[in-house]
Design a protein around this ligand. Structure first.
Ligand SMILES: Nc1ncnc2c1ncn2[C@@H]1O[C@H](COP(=O)(O)OP(=O)(O)OP(=O)(O)O)[C@@H](O)[C@H]1O
Length: 637
């Protein structure tokens, strides 16, 4: 007998929009600060995709306007009232509690100042001061939240008038689902920004857009019916387009936290400027209090754009049963042979004929008429056959020139070496890895700074950079390179482009390190980075031989030994590769741990584990690292 449904166990269904509204974290919309950051990211990446798709040098204007609760209420037509009963409010504090808090804060600050005097770095003190200032401001504004109007304007391809509601008001709709290297992939980002604006302010998105050569601009004000996953248009009109502008401008009003995410937003912009030096970014943050406003300009430094990525066909080794079924029912090919030759990569006509003979089908079979059994047989066969790998010609890496230029422009290092690896393949998808190593520069912390990019999106996630710095400072035997880990500034830049990047989650924050593909990618970029680093060292060695006094002085005494090592053949590319591999694997484990901590370990399934001490005496060491995770030992008594 089937078990009885428990009381209240009612079968329910969710729309995709409802699912993502309930699980915002999956898409990088965790807390208000992160939501602000991800909203900017999603809109900027759409702007770049839109400009690059028409080979237009991107001009992206990003403005964030602070909006007080009172102003937001006015916009929403809600009346703001004075408080009647103070004690009801969250920010109510007795005089006694206030004095205690102030004393505690002063003590914390004093402790940090003492530590700063010893280490010579004021970063932690500054961060604490900012935090306290933000708390004070929140207190002064009597718990009132701040909201932000985020507007991103580009000069891209624009959107067709009739498509705008579906593109921006229906979750999982977009134009980037093909086999093509794009920053966007899921058909989700802009809609998540809209869902968050609905959830936090209730205000709709405003869109203005025009396609190239269009005499009119489309204007829409719309929101998203979360339950039905469909657009809800408030207003739509066609405006004149006298100056022939093309592109899109999207505006959302959301809750957020600039104070806590300001550094992340700036870092993101700087990194996106590194990987897209052919784009121009104007960023303006307008605060209610003028002195907190910020304007940044990341100027274009080259007009050389990478070739735009081309859509490619599915590689036969990467297709699954459902995909073959879908392709067979949608193809315009009338026979099985031409279907194989037309719809798949790396299947020329003569090979298609041999495949049809091997699968024992009539070559003239109409693809749509293939029986389920024939599709299974074809699928199994495709996975057994040997095909040429995809050639990667459809990919669009930044290019060594652009990568070098971006790094030079943003970080002004003393030296840069770049390297582009050969085309690799995973699951039938081509990928290319480019790497660069820089030494010295401005705005770069001492030690090893790793920057990763996937499809030209910077991969930043919370605390990652701090972990990298910490790991670089504490765990690497830099003496192998004879690089001074306290004063030398080493940047490692790795950019991976592919038609399929195995992102963990729809927020595109990091590539899972438990996925085989990333292991392959990591192992592939290490030789590239090592080659680039080795090239830097060789240049240094040559400069010394040239007797270039100015440059030589800079290198003495820290680098002398490593340069001599390079010349004597003791520091080799292979040794560098081995060291980097060890380091990167360590960082991957740390990043995964850090990510989980950021996500809140309480959110995931958790069980207590009790370890039996091996002997009566035992030490509680720091973190224990192994290939699958990290265990932090805590004394429970
Ligand atoms: N600035 C823009 N210019 C032109 N088209 C745009 C712009 N922004 C969004 N679009 C269109 O709207 C679609 C949906 O965008 P959305 O951000 O929701 O998803 P996506 O970019 O396709 O994928 P992802 O969720 O991975 O970012 C895009 O595929 C694109 O066709």
């Amino acid at each position: 007998m089937a078990p009885k449904a428990a009381k209240g166990d009612v079968l329910q269904q969710k729309s995709p929009a409802e699912f993502f509204a309930d699980n915002r974290t999956i898409a990088g919309f965790d807390n208000p600060g992160k939501c602000l950051y991800t909203t900017i990211r999603e809109l900027v990446e759409n702007a770049l995709d839109a400009a690059e798709s028409i080979s237009q040098l991107p001009d992206v204007d990003i403005t964030i306007e602070e909006i007080s609760q009172a102003r937001l209420n006015k916009m929403r037509g809600v009346t703001s009232h004075d408080r009647i009963d103070e004690e009801l409010y969250q920010d109510y504090e007795t005089e006694d509690a206030k004095q205690k808090r102030l004393a505690r804060e002063a003590k914390e600050l004093e402790k940090l100042e003492k530590a700063a005097a010893k280490s010579g770095s004021n970063a932690a003190v500054d961060a604490k001061r900012r935090e306290l200032e933000a708390k004070r401001a929140a207190q002064a504004s009597r718990g009132e939240k701040t909201f932000y109007k985020v507007t991103v304007r580009d000069n891209g391809m624009g959107m067709a008038h009739k498509d705008i509601p579906d593109m921006l008001g229906r979750v999982l709709s977009g134009t980037k689902y093909g086999v093509k290297q794009t920053r966007g992939k899921f058909g989700l980002g802009a809609k998540m920004a809209l869902i968050w604006s609905k959830m936090s302010t209730g205000l709709p998105i405003e869109v203005t857009s025009a396609r190239r050569g269009s005499s009119s601009r489309s204007y829409y004000k719309l929101d998203l019916d979360i339950q039905r996953n469909q657009p809800n248009v408030h207003e739509s009109k066609l405006l004149d387009n006298p100056d022939g502008w093309h592109g899109a401008e999207l505006s959302v009003v959301i809750a957020g936290s600039w104070t806590y995410y300001r550094a992340k937003v700036v870092k993101y912009l700087q990194q996106i400027a590194v990987i897209t030096p052919y784009a121009q970014f104007n960023f303006a943050y307008t605060a209610e209090d003028e002195k907190n406003s910020l304007a940044l300009r990341f100027a274009r430094r080259t007009e050389t754009m990478p070739q735009p990525p081309q859509a490619t066909k599915h590689h036969p080794s990467s297709v699954d049963l459902e995909l073959i079924k879908r392709l067979a029912s949608a193809t315009s090919a009338s026979s099985l042979t031409s279907f194989l030759a037309k719809e798949f990569d790396c299947i020329p006509r003569d090979l298609a004929e041999r495949i049809v003979a091997e699968v024992r089908c009539d070559p003239s079979t109409t693809p749509a008429d293939l029986s389920p059994k024939q599709i299974v047989a074809l699928h199994d066969l495709l996975h057994q056959l040997r095909f040429d790998p995809p050639d990667g010609a459809h990919l669009s890496p930044a290019g060594e020139y652009n990568l070098r230029l971006g790094i030079m422009k943003e970080l002004r290092p003393e030296m840069v070496a770049t390297h582009q690896g050969p085309v690799g393949v995973h699951e039938g998808h081509a990928f290319i890895v480019e790497a660069a190593v820089s030494v010295g520069g401005k705005n770069i912390k001492p030690g090893l700074n790793i920057h990763r990019f996937a499809n030209r999106i910077p991969l930043l996630f919370e605390g990652g950079s701090d972990v990298v710095t910490r790991t670089a400072l504490k765990r690497i035997t830099w003496s192998t390179y004879k690089i001074n880990q306290n004063s030398d500034k080493v940047g490692v830049f790795v950019s991976l482009v592919s038609t399929k990047i195995p992102f963990k989650g729809a927020g595109k924050e990091y590539i899972a390190d438990d996925v085989e593909e990333i292991q392959a990618a990591v192992n592939r970029y290490i030789p590239n980075v090592a080659a680039a680093l080795f090239a830097v060292l060789e240049t240094v060695a040559e400069q010394r031989e040239d007797g270039n006094a100015a440059k030589r002085r800079r290198l003495e005494p820290d680098h002398a030994q490593v340069v001599n090592g390079v010349r004597a053949g003791e520091v080799t590319e292979a040794k560098l590769a081995a060291k980097l591999q060890e380091h990167v694997e360590q960082i991957d484990v740390d990043m995964a741990l850090e990510y989980q901590l950021q996500q809140g370990i309480t959110d995931i399934a958790k069980v207590d584990a009790h370890l039996m001490p091996a002997a009566a005496r035992h030490a509680y060491g720091p973190e224990q690292h192994c290939g699958v995770g990290v265990i932090r030992m805590l004394r429970a008594f």
